[in-house]
Write a protein that binds this ligand. Sequence first.
Ligand SMILES: [Ca+2]
Ligand SMILES: [Ca+2]
Length: 274
Amino acid sequence: MREWQGAASRVSVQAVVLSYAILLTCFPPTVLAQASLPFSETFDYATGNLVGQGSGLSVWTRTGAQTAAPIQISAGSLSYAGLPAPVGGKVMLANGSNYEDAGLDLESQTTGTVYASFIVNVINPGTTTGDAFFHFSSAGTGATDYHALVYAKRGSTASKVQLGIRNAATDTTQYAPGEYDVGVPILLVVGYTFGPGANDDVASLWINPAVGTQNPPAPTVQAGTNSELSSVGRLCLRQGQSSTSLNLQLDEIRVSRFWSDVTLPVALTSWVLE
Ligand SMILES: [Ca+2]
Ligand SMILES: [Ca+2]
């Protein structure tokens, strides 16, 4: 009896090892990888396609199946007063039919708040319809549960942009009333806060917040939701509809469970434990 159990146990271990090998073959480590938090991305890569760039547990992958106009890395960084000196290049997001979207899986979070900060330089605010260019979802290249979608739209003139946030794709965008100059780098911080109940999670957007503070100031604008994320497991960059013509540059992404990490005047990379 014991011998049978031992054999069964060995078979079981072999089956698990074999299953894992098959899993790795079907889903290479770049798909399984999840960037640990806090995470920072300066786009210190050669110019060209974003997808496939990265290293270790942090590799950019295509979101969904659209392959036209792959998201490009261009030379030179965006900078913002008070933030660490920028590094490497930046990404260019343009809108068009079936244009590629990309993302990067994160260590999944199910409680508290997940913050992402980044610098945006709007080239063309597009139309007054507005469109999303950044969001969270659960992990995986096929995830479609987009939440905390950051929107931009044309302001009162073509040289002004308004920014807003929509918590779920089926919600309504809440725009901040202020207008911002096209061509001037803007610091954005996005937060997704899990609430304990049903449909009580909140998405928040801070526009040009003070940097270097321990705790978040009041958000510039917030949005409730009629559906929730089971986990924040991926950050996504989106190239939207051709009809909205949005075109912008984005750089220096930082993601953490703590506000101070994403607005610190020092680089997160200097926090490596030694
Ligand atoms: Ca950069
Ligand atoms: Ca909830």
